[in-house]
Design a protein around this ligand. Sequence first.
Ligand code: TXA
Ligand code: MG
Length: 315
Amino acid sequence: MIVSEKEIPKIVEHLKSQGLAALPTETVYGLAGNALKEEPILSIFKLKNRPKFDPLIVHIKDVSELNKYAIQPIPKAASLLTQKYWPGPLTIVLPKTALIPDVVTSGLPFCAFRIPQHPLFQKILRQLDFPLAAPSANPFGYVSPTNAKHVAMNLDVPFILDGGPAKHGLESTIIGFVEKGKALLLRHGSIPHEEIDKLVPGLLDETSSKKSPQSPGQLDKHYATRKKLYLIEDLKSFKIKETDGLICFGHVPYQGKNVFNLSTNGDFIEAGKNLFSMLHLLDNHSGINQIFALKLPNIGLGKAINDRLERAEKN
Ligand code: TXA
Ligand code: MG
């Protein structure tokens, strides 16, 4: 059920008694439960139909919580990143202490942490004495939710807190500190790669690495619409049919009811914000059978958007 801010006291009680709630964050909506208890974590995996090998992000209220949950000392580069981006769309992966149960991290000795910026998520965290594990609030493999309705259409959760449309609309950028002296980019996200690179020289892009289980959730098939999606490099030889949907970007010679432009003036931030909601719209559009998506320039947030589209196409 979608509820408003007024119901926060009930949501807090529900989370305290090991229940789950879908909560707004500035990236995408999350399906939250007590990160320190096994029962809610197992419920999250079950409700999402998520494989147990795909670990969850732990959302904390304050950077000082890392003293309890992450092994000290924290690498300098990690502290630089948290100072600049927390609260916000950055997740860092660090060696964990025993307070974080193994089910949260799928048995890995590392845990992903983030301080979300959304005021309602923060309000809830401040009333709890435990952090919240929260994956995106969608069935495993489906398009992530950027508003409360997206959650309600796809998951049966007792509380879905409406916090408006997500400000960024793309998941957090994940940086791993899992090998001594190295910083690994594990997922492209709301903070562009190039920005992190400036702060952490020598950042290694592991986002397409198949060899390691460093980011076990970075499966090829993901973010998928139920309708078939095809990625196209350019529109030169493309002819849109009545039953095709098109996702495009910038000035293109296409308009009409089946054409969804992520940003007509080529703004990556606007495009990121629109991506998942347009995929949801197209997937639920009764007159459309298949979806074509134009690849974005592979720079800045364009990389994160292309990453989502490429994984959606593989399904
Ligand atoms: O923006 C976000 O990060 C959203 C909001 C709700 O916070 N959450 C989110 O969670 O995107 P999820 O579960 O949909 O994606 C988490 C990603 C997965 O690819 C997972 O494999 C990776 O983070 N991850 C989690 N814990 C990890 C760990 N210990 N080591 C490596 N990767 C990890
Ligand atoms: Mg997800």
